[in-house]
Design a protein around this ligand. Structure first.
Ligand SMILES: NC(=O)c1ccc[n+]([C@@H]2O[C@H](COP(=O)([O-])OP(=O)(O)OC[C@H]3O[C@@H](n4cnc5c(N)ncnc54)[C@H](O)[C@@H]3O)[C@@H](O)[C@H]2O)c1
Length: 382
């Protein structure tokens, strides 16, 4: 099937949603509907192996075609954009299938279970103008994140020095009683992968590339294969040092990023999404009041959201440009998480770029580590 190489210069972008569950129904369809109202998109089809669920979603949202088979939908509808809203273990195959059919892809986090899977997706992308596969990292988007990223990139706040990145959430025993949760094969990882990825991704988006990580992981409360808490120390290429905590054991839940720079401290405090009011910039002594006031002007409030990211993705499609959250930019948080697990399970320092083909952590986040990997995957040590 031919790839779409020409930019989408005119007409609506024809989208299809794969997965009629919570995030497909609750976030992807509303974002696509909003852009449809602006003349940008139209949802031509939806797919789910659960026929009742997909038919109900299509009826509710006025989507003309419901399918239970992805290949058939791609062949019959030839969508320009496929949004993947299924469980993580399906992301690789469904993304590659859609790319090969010529569609751009917007795939839910966590991207795929391993760096090997991510590289397989990247290899299926087009080389010149698309199609590309972008990951849903909606916390990077919105007015405040855009404003702070610019201040940091322009050096207005001085050198970033120390950072904290916290995803300290609470999940009870009933949450982990669902059989697919807490297992490497079905959930992909513990809170470092499934819960903390958004904050870590945002930290990387703000601070740039990381260079090395040391870490610890624990299984303190839940009867799970994966960890239920991890802590990490991360050094960034720009010299900044960060602590990263990912937990599902924390009764007082918060998602938090704090970056101390030479001229100001930037703080984001929220839970599942943020607007301008969730950010605080505290100037260092001696910073002129009018300059600090300008830093605190985030502009009209655009909260982080699927819609905010989708707007940029559609613009990238029209320009024939690689969208944010794809390629190296989409891989960076998965690489940090992989390195975090390797550092924790092997008690070593792991450097950026150091996990490639041949490394057991390249193909599985548990890396075959005794005591962590499912028994059949444990590396036999002499
Ligand atoms: N970006 C965010 O903030 C955010 C929030 C919640 C969930 N998510 C992610 O979204 C994804 C889906 O999560 P959810 O909460 O919507 O799950 P869900 O279980 O509510 O929905 C998943 C849907 O996929 C369908 N499905 C399963 N196998 C399929 C197949 N082979 N083909 C087509 N459909 C299939 C299921 O029938 C179900 O309807 C996960 O990766 C999750 O981590 C992201």
């Amino acid at each position: 099937m031919p790839r779409s190489t020409a930019p989408f210069t005119g007409g609506r972008i024809r989208a299809a949603v794969v997965g009629a569950g919570a995030i497909g129904r609750g976030s992807h369809l509303p974002a696509l509907a909003r852009l449809a109202a602006e003349g940008e998109t139209e949802v031509v089809a939806a797919v789910d192996i659960d026929a009742t669920a997909v038919e109900a979603m299509c009826a509710e949202a006025g989507v003309p075609h419901a399918y239970t088979d992805l290949d058939r939908m791609l062949a019959e509808q030839r969508p320009d954009l496929v949004t993947v809203c299924t469980p993580p273990t399906l992301h690789r195959d469904q993304t590659v299938t859609a790319l090969r059919a010529g569609a751009w892809v917007w795939c839910e986090k966590p991207p795929v279970p391993s760096l090997a899977d991510f590289d397989a997706v990247e290899a299926a992308e087009g080389t010149d103008g698309g199609p590309y596969a972008s990951i849903v990292f909606q916390h990077r988007f919105g007015s405040a994140a855009t404003h702070v990223r610019r201040l940091l990139a322009e050096g207005a706040l001085g050198r970033p020095l120390v950072a904290h990145c916290q995803t300290t959430w609470y999940r009870d025993t009933a949450y982990y009683a669902v059989p697919w949760r807490g297992r490497w094969a079905t959930e992909g990882g513990g809170p470092a992968m499934g819960h903390g990825i958004h904050q870590m991704d945002l930290l990387l988006d703000l601070l740039g590339p990381w260079s090395e990580v040391r870490a610890m992981a624990g299984r303190l409360v839940h009867d799970v294969e994966t960890e239920d808490v991890s802590t990490a120390l991360v050094r960034f290429a720009n010299g900044a040092l960060a602590t990263v905590v990912n937990s599902v054991l924390s009764p007082d839940e918060v998602s938090r990023i704090r970056i101390d720079c030479e001229r100001a401290t930037v703080e984001l405090t929220h839970l599942y999404g943020h607007g301008n009011e969730n950010w605080r910039i505290t100037p260092a002594p001696g910073v002129p009041a009018d300059e600090a006031a300008a830093w605190r002007d985030f502009g009209p409030d655009v909260p982080s959201s699927h819609l905010a990211q989708l707007r940029e993705l559609v613009a990238a499609m029209r320009a024939g440009e690689r969208p944010r959250g794809s390629g190296a930019d989409g891989r960076t948080s998965l690489e940090l998480i992989t390195a975090l697990y390797k550092a924790a399970f092997t008690d070593t320092t792991v450097r950026a770029g150091g996990i490639g083909p041949g490394d057991p952590y390249y193909t599985a986040l548990h890396g075959g580590a005794p005591g962590w990997a499912p028994v059949e995957h444990e590396e036999v040590s002499a």
